[in-house]
Write a protein that binds this ligand. Structure first.
Ligand SMILES: C[S@@+](CC[C@H](N)C(=O)[O-])C[C@H]1O[C@@H](n2cnc3c(N)ncnc32)[C@H](O)[C@@H]1O
Length: 348
């Protein structure tokens, strides 16, 4: 046997190396948000020395750290050496500066504080099938504590919206909500999707339905957007109550939190709340039936293993089967972005 010949081509070796160290990149970004780098550079440029001083950083590592952010396309730098000045890129200024109205760092803060350490117990999750979040550490559901603290709840809901907002913006351009007259987003959180639909289709009556603890937060956001007349907030518990009636019913990142039986129950409730000709939309990471292409969906499904006791992502054909069982005539799945799709089920 010739031991000199390497068994894999260099691209495969590099793929393994890159995958094994992928967390380096994510941690550089998450820590930049934690330190407030992009907020510091909100309305100014800064030299390396100024960044070190303002953020209380040791000189060792700082140049590599900020230049990594430059190489990642999140900072820009004019010049080099001590005189070089760092600034936000336009995308970082819009999305990662806490003072920007489009700040999406909430979701990164949550990822850094919670998701990153919990994924450290992935092997245990795989061995036990049990969640690895606060439930494991304190015995108390994180959600119970969250829903009791309005400020944290508001921050969490904003973080969730940060994940989904670009999907919502794409969805309202691709699905004709205006053809159905009314819309209800079930588990609508801050009302982000209902507001996007309302902006795009001013004639559509929109409802954002969520738990009572969320009502005031959503109402404030909707009022601040000047959409009071068009978007209303409805409170209830989708596990116990029937859903508000509307021509289109959506569930964004809802089904994947629950057991298969609960997912089927929720799809059945959506069917009953729709008129003939209505449509049900599930906006989440639907896994391709072959289970080999949508990596983002399978990773999200593993995340549901870590975060929930029974949740996972569904496949396209599971979604279709459960919808037909509920009475829907047919379904289709359209990719939105980043592994998220919309599963659409049409009622006769
Ligand atoms: C993962 S978030 C998804 C938020 C939003 N739909 C999105 O796509 O970003 C789940 C939402 O479901 C709501 N929720 C959880 N349990 C609920 C229940 N039993 N009844 C109504 N809403 C519930 C939560 O308050 C939260 O806003």
């Amino acid at each position: 046997m010739n031991n000199d010949k390497h068994p894999a081509d260099p691209a495969q070796v590099q793929h393994i190396v890159d995958t094994s160290l992928a967390f380096w990149k994510s941690k550089v970004l998450l820590v930049a948000v934690e330190l407030g780098v992009f907020t510091l550079l909100s309305d100014r440029t800064a030299t390396l020395g100024e960044l070190q001083q303002s953020l209380a950083l040791h000189p060792r590592g700082s140049a590599d750290y900020f230049d990594s952010l430059v190489a990642l396309g999140l900072l820009q730098r004019e010049g080099s050496g001590e005189q070089a000045r760092y600034a936000n890129t336009p995308a970082a200024a819009a999305l990662l500066d806490r003072t920007s109205p489009h700040y999406m760092g909430g979701v990164l803060e949550m990822t850094n504080q919670r998701v990153y350490p919990f994924w450290g117990s992935l092997a245990e999750a795989l061995r036990t099938g049990r969640p690895q979040n606060e439930t494991k550490l304190s015995g108390e559901s994180w959600y119970q504590a969250l829903y009791a603290d309005r400020a944290r709840l508001s921050q969490f809901l904003s973080a969730m919206a940060g994940y989904q907002i670009s999907n919502f913006k794409i969805l309202v351009q691709t699905f004709d909500f205006g053809a159905y007259g009314s819309f209800c987003d079930v588990g609508g959180a801050t009302g982000a999707l209902a507001m996007e639909v309302a902006r795009r289709h001013p004639g559509t009556r929109c409802i954002s339905f969520d738990l009572p603890a969320v009502e005031q937060i959503a109402a404030e956001r909707i009022a601040a957007a000047g959409l009071n007349g068009q978007v209303t907030v409805a409170s209830g518990d989708f596990l116990k109550d029937e859903l508000p009636q509307a021509g289109v019913i959506a569930m964004g990142n809802i089904l994947h939190n629950w057991s298969v039986d609960t997912r089927r129950m929720l799809i059945g409730k959506a069917f009953r709340a729709l008129p003939p000709g209505g449509a049900f939309l599930a906006i989440e990471h639907l896994v391709d039936d072959d289970r080999r292409h949508n990596l983002a969906a399978m990773l999200m499904s593993i995340n549901m293993l870590i975060e929930t006791s029974e949740g996972s992502e569904s496949t396209t054909s599971e979604f279709d089967r459960w919808c037909r069982e509920a009475g829907f005539r047919h379904t289709e799945v359209k990719p939105i972005s980043g592994g998220t799709s919309v599963g659409i089920a049409y009622k006769e």
